[in-house]
Design a protein around this ligand. Structure first.
Ligand SMILES: [Zn+2]
Length: 421
């Protein structure tokens, strides 16, 4: 048995007499589209030399059209098992697959939301469900395209969905609200929805992922997306800006001042060719941030944090970028950043209570001390070093395996054969 027992706290490692080993708080995954787990690895063949986010989106729409509540449940459960085994103990689900493929609501208009709630309950991950308001197909207000119809709501239908789901809230389930993007939500409905939300509701939005979207926003709303948002909404700590990739310096300062969280999804942003978040400038401004697995091409907080740093190294030709005046460890700075935004972004005060126990017996940790443990966890290879995971006091992962790994994977295989048929 291990003789050293340490627990990670906001001020670093502290001796812990629980005998449990090396423990860090569970990581919050701030941005997930569960259904995309099923298409990970299926969009990596070139269809055109100009392939981009926009051609990937066509593949994603074709795939999205095949889901029903049962397949969504099976795919989400598999994903949540993978998240828990990787050390994520809560997930913000940015959910826009609301209706049947032809755009008509299911008999229960919350059926797809309920599939996600049930998958989270069954696997034991904390869920912040963010039903997405999706109204138009572009900044010019054009109607939704055929393949976007199942995403759409009017304001009243959307608020009714939120209200219905809020009745089920507890420590394991929070209900927030997402605006898909400025291109999908016109200004007036955005104001109506924001005015109707409860004071503590988390609000997430895709904000500036693509240069094309920044340009369209400039052309049609006369301002860059972040600039426009700050001019039209009281952005505060309840807000999470997803893919705040393309920012000018004034926007970096405005977000940092607002205490809103930026959700950075480094592996997805790399996979989609989005661009690099201006991390150093944002850290210098004191901004809050966290990570998300987004398109699920990777389900690993270690890989997200590592690539957040590596992107900056590749761009600047320097090493050890993400550090603070009081902390020269990159791993510790990154872990601290990802943990400190979790409560605001998830809207769940309980998220900091969950525990991830690292496998101190792994070869990668030989000779580990509190000085190097986090850096070794994040920067020493691809073997998963998470041993046990406890969420709300319940052990859901032991010895690296989720308690229902096999049964959930069997359901997932059945769902995949339907989705790929
Ligand atoms: Zn997204």
């Amino acid at each position: 048995m291990e003789t050293t027992s340490m627990r990670w706290t906001p001020s670093g490692w502290q001796a812990d007499d629980s005998g449990a080993g090396w423990r860090v708080p569970g990581i919050a995954n701030l941005h997930s589209h569960a259904f995309q787990r099923a298409m990970a690895g299926l969009a990596e063949r070139q269809t055109n030399p100009e392939d981009s986010f926009w051609t990937w989106r066509e593949t994603m729409y074709r795939f999205a059209a095949r889901f029903d509540p049962d397949t969504l449940h099976a795919v989400a459960a598999q994903l949540y098992v993978e998240m828990l085994e990787a050390g994520y103990t809560s997930v913000c689900e940015f959910h826009y697959l609301h209706h049947a493929p032809d755009g008509r609501p299911y008999a229960d208009p919350a059926a797809m939301s309920q599939a996600l709630v049930a998958a989270a309950r069954a696997t034991g991950i904390r869920l912040t469900l963010l039903p997405v308001l999706y109204m138009s197909g572009g900044f010019d207000g054009r109607p939704l395209g055929e393949r976007q119809r199942r995403f759409g709501h009017d304001v009243d239908g959307f608020l009714a969905l939120l209200e219905r789901l809020r009745a089920e809230q507890g420590d394991m389930l929070r209900i927030g609200c997402a605006l898909h993007s400025l291109r999908a939500v016109p200004a007036d409905p955005m104001g109506d929805v924001l005015a109707a939300l409860p004071a503590q509701s988390p609000i997430h939005i895709h904000i500036a992922e693509q240069l094309g979207e920044v340009q369209d926003c400039l052309n049609l709303r006369g301002a860059r997306p972040v600039e426009w948002l700050f001019g039209h909404a009281a952005v505060d700590r309840h807000w999470t800006l997803v893919h705040a990739t393309h920012l000018n310096d004034a926007e970096v300062q405005a977000i940092a001042r607002s205490v809103a969280t930026v959700a950075i999804c480094p592996t997805t942003e790399a996979n989609l060719g989005d661009g690099l978040f201006p991390l150093r400038a944002y850290l210098d401004a004191g901004g809050a941030w966290g990570i998300g697995s987004d398109s699920q091409i990777s389900v690993s907080p270690v890989e997200e944090l590592r690539w957040l740093e590596y992107g900056q190294r590749l761009a600047t030709h320097h090493r050890n970028i993400a550090v603070r005046p009081d902390c020269d460890s990159v791993g510790e700075t990154l872990l601290h950043g990802a943990l400190s935004s979790a409560r605001n972004a998830t809207g769940n005060p309980a998220v900091g209570d969950d525990l991830v126990t690292l496998d101190a017996a792994a070869a990668q940790f030989a000779g580990m001390t509190s000085h190097d443990a986090v850096d070794r966890w994040i920067f020493s290879g691809n073997r998963n070093l998470v041993r046990d995971v406890d969420v709300a006091g319940i052990k859901v992962v032991a010895g690296g395996r989720h308690r229902d790994r096999e049964a959930v994977a069997a359901d997932y295989r059945r769902a995949m054969s339907k989705l790929l048929a």
